[in-house]
Design a protein around this ligand. Structure first.
Ligand code: GP9
Ligand code: MN
Length: 688
């Protein structure tokens, strides 16, 4: 008690002295280089948070500022160890450049991926380069260069005042260093005691990058990310036993009713049929529901959907691995990894994949894609998944004339592929092939090559004299979403031609066509707002209080990212729309049931067994069911059935399910947990 009193008095007298002796202004005067260094870098990180996630909660947040301060002061403290003053300035400038690069890269990255950058992406630069133009055209905006201003001002200040740094740094260098580190330590302590269990959990898991940056600031996030990115190596060295046990327990519980072997009305309906899977680049469901001047954006996709089994509430579950993550979930019923991508960082792991299952059923398996075979490491992964042959760019005649966007146009790709497929059909009794399209890829700017498809509004107006004139309102012309629709219209024509050519050659008679959109096209929200709220008289967007205004908020944006999934046969024998929510990871169990195989380690479900109870989890921890879309970043949800009140337990149960599933999926890949268990896997044929 006595001691406490003493401390209290000491603290009060120190504060009084600080005030009396003008210690703060003296400190600033003597430590300008350091103080400005701290200010500049904390301002930049705060700016980044506000610019990327401009919500009030973020603008007012103190916690991330404390974290940023702690990190910047800690790094800056080492500047006091230099003997010469000028080295302190050089040191601080170097760190300012590094911190500014972190802010700039994250700003650009956020615009493109709505997430923050990861060191694990460094190993993927080879795949980003070919789409580099798309990235630059798409995302490099003036706002991303904002961070350079404070940094440049600081560096210029250091250069201009360089004459002041001629002498030696303070005599008590070590003492200064220790005191500065202590300030950082106090801030860290202050920060840590205010952390909640949820914050600690999310920080460790690092799924929810937005949440981590929101609470911990960009610098702590990036340091944590650096450590997590080393995990592919480190992870698989430690914690195997624990992960293996968790994995065994998880599947013991999950499979206690052998759900994966359950039969239903769709069991074996495609058994023995050839299968052609179309991985449709950036195809979103909205394209199937949109038309301009009575002309549908995607009449062929729409026809196939209406003649086959159409899963209209289907979501992609990709992370940074985009196309490759879609392939992973579709083929293996697993989720993307927590850091890095499965296709690149974990290509040597054992996967239980659809192509291998089909091969086991006696099919010849192949894949086709117009890009280079090494893109997304497909050369390795397609073989790992069990594709016997990968027809890549080298197998296609690609010319300047038949190139659109990233490579060979879909029309040429399909046309040349049909010849290969015809040959394959003659050489093999049955085949399973996957065709990955390319044209409908961001930035959708090769509009003149897509062909004519106006995205405007045309109206006939009868004039006073009785003559009829046509009025044209620009509507979506010139917008990114408008160009996207033009691009999808091209992709739709390409699929139409493909189906016709297959038919001409008799290749559809015993073949099922399976189509999935690989992920959304990352289109700006404001374009959707315009699509639904066009004020043609003023060529503008309706006022929010207009009675016809359609709300399109962040939830609508997320829900609108859904992609089509279609299973079609020429005989149109199976014709229905499945409206239950479904994810990419449900494709393998659902198709497997139809084709005659199962995977006891699938994380998704056969939709015809799980029906309305299904849940789709996303790599960032969000999830969606028929009832609710849950945003893990904000801890908020949208009720999907006329504002039905949702029980708290429903949210916590599904959030727990999501986190557990993401953890198990990651462990399966990182620790290669299917390596041994693959042997135990039973197909339905064996079971029956
Ligand atoms: C590249 C293509 C596009 O070959 O699949 O990949 P994405 O940029 O969508 O991941
Ligand atoms: Mn893609």
């Amino acid at each position: 008690m006595q001691k406490l009193k003493k401390w209290k008095n000491k603290a009060i007298s120190t504060l009084k002295n600080i005030k009396k002796d003008k210690l703060i202004s003296k400190y600033i005067k003597n430590n300008k280089v350091f103080v400005f260094f701290v200010l500049v870098n904390v301002i930049n990180s705060t700016l980044l948070r506000i610019m990327t996630m401009p919500v009030l909660e973020n603008i007012l947040a103190i916690k991330p500022i404390i974290a940023d301060l702690a990190v910047v002061i800690l790094f800056g403290a080492f500047s006091y160890l230099f003997k010469k003053k000028k080295y302190q300035a050089v040191y601080c400038c170097i760190w300012t450049v590094i911190f500014t690069i972190i802010c700039t890269i994250n700003s650009v990255y956020y615009t493109f991926y709505t997430s923050f950058a990861s060191f694990s992406m460094l190993s993927l630069t080879q795949f980003i380069a070919p789409v580099g133009d798309a990235v630059v055209e798409n995302v490099l905006q003036v706002k991303d260069l904002l961070y350079l201003i404070p940094a440049a001002a600081y560096i210029i200040y250091c250069i201009v005042t360089r004459d002041n740094y001629k002498g030696y740094l303070y005599t008590k260098r070590k003492e200064k260093f220790i005191k500065t580190v202590s300030v950082s330590g106090i801030l860290i302590l202050l920060f840590c005691v205010t952390l909640t269990g949820l914050e600690i959990g999310r920080f460790v898991k690092q799924w929810n990058k937005e949440y981590v940056v929101q609470r911990f600031g960009i610098y702590v996030y990036q340091v944590n990310d650096g450590i997590t990115s080393l995990q592919p190596k480190i992870n698989s060295m430690f914690g195997y036993d624990k992960a293996a046990k968790r994995f065994r327990d998880y599947f013991e519980e999950r499979n206690k009713n052998n759900e994966y072997t359950k039969t239903n009305d769709y069991t074996d309906i495609l058994k023995g049929k050839n299968v052609l899977v179309i991985h449709a680049e950036s195809l979103q469901t909205i394209a199937l529901n949109t038309s301009f001047n009575g002309q549908e954006v995607a009449p062929n996709f729409k026809r196939l959907a209406s003649e086959g089994i159409y899963f209209s509430n289907y979501y992609s579950q990709v992370s940074v691995g985009t196309s490759s993550d879609a392939e992973l979930s579709f083929n293996t019923s697993l989720m993307p990894t927590k850091s890095g991508t499965a296709f690149v960082s974990y290509s040597d792991r054992t996967y239980i994949a659809t192509p291998q299952k089909m091969k086991d059923l006696g099919y010849y398996t192949f894949s086709m894609h117009g890009n280079t075979a090494d893109f997304w490491n497909r050369r390795v992964m397609h073989s790992n998944f069990g594709f016997e042959k990968f027809y890549s760019k080298a197998n296609y005649n690609v010319t300047k004339e038949n190139t659109i966007g990233l490579g060979i146009s879909d029309k040429d790709f399909f046309s040349q592929s049909v010849d290969y497929i015809e040959k394959i059909s003659k050489e093999h009794e049955k085949f399973y092939g996957a065709l990955i399209t390319l044209t409908n890829h961001t930035p959708f700017s090769d509009t003149e090559k897509y062909g004519e498809f106006p995205v405007d509004i045309k109206e006939s107006v009868t004039q006073a004299d009785g003559s009829v004139t046509e009025v044209v309102y620009p509507y979506m012309e010139g917008s990114k979403l408008g160009n996207y629709f033009k691009s999808v219209h091209y992709a739709d024509q390409a699929i139409g031609e493909f189906i016709d050519k297959l038919d001409e050659k008799g290749l559809l008679d015993n073949t099922a066509i399976v189509i999935y959109g690989d992920h959304d096209a990352r289109l700006p929200k404001k374009d959707y707002v315009k699509l639904f709220n066009y004020d043609k008289e003023n060529d503008d967007v309706l006022d929010e209080d207009d009675e016809n205004y359609v709300n399109f908020d962040n939830y609508q944006y997320e829900l609108n990212r859904k992609v089509p999934f279609i299973i079609w046969t020429k005989d149109k024998q199976y014709n229905l729309e499945v409206k239950d929510v479904m994810g990419m990871y449900d494709a393998m169990p659902t198709l497997g049931n139809m084709l005659g195989f199962s995977n006891q380690y699938a994380l998704g479900h056969d939709i015809f067994n799980i029906k309305s109870d299904n849940i789709v989890v996303f790599p960032n921890g969000n999830w969606v069911t028929n009832k609710v879309y849950y945003n893990a970043q904000k801890g908020q949800y949208l009720s999907l059935n006329n504002n039905e009140v949702i029980d708290k337990n429903y949210i916590s149960k599904n959030t727990k399910y999501t986190e557990e599933l993401l953890g198990i999926s990651n462990d399966i890949i990182v620790f290669n947990l299917l390596k041994e268990d693959d042997k135990e896997d039973k197909t339905k044929e064996v079971a029956s």
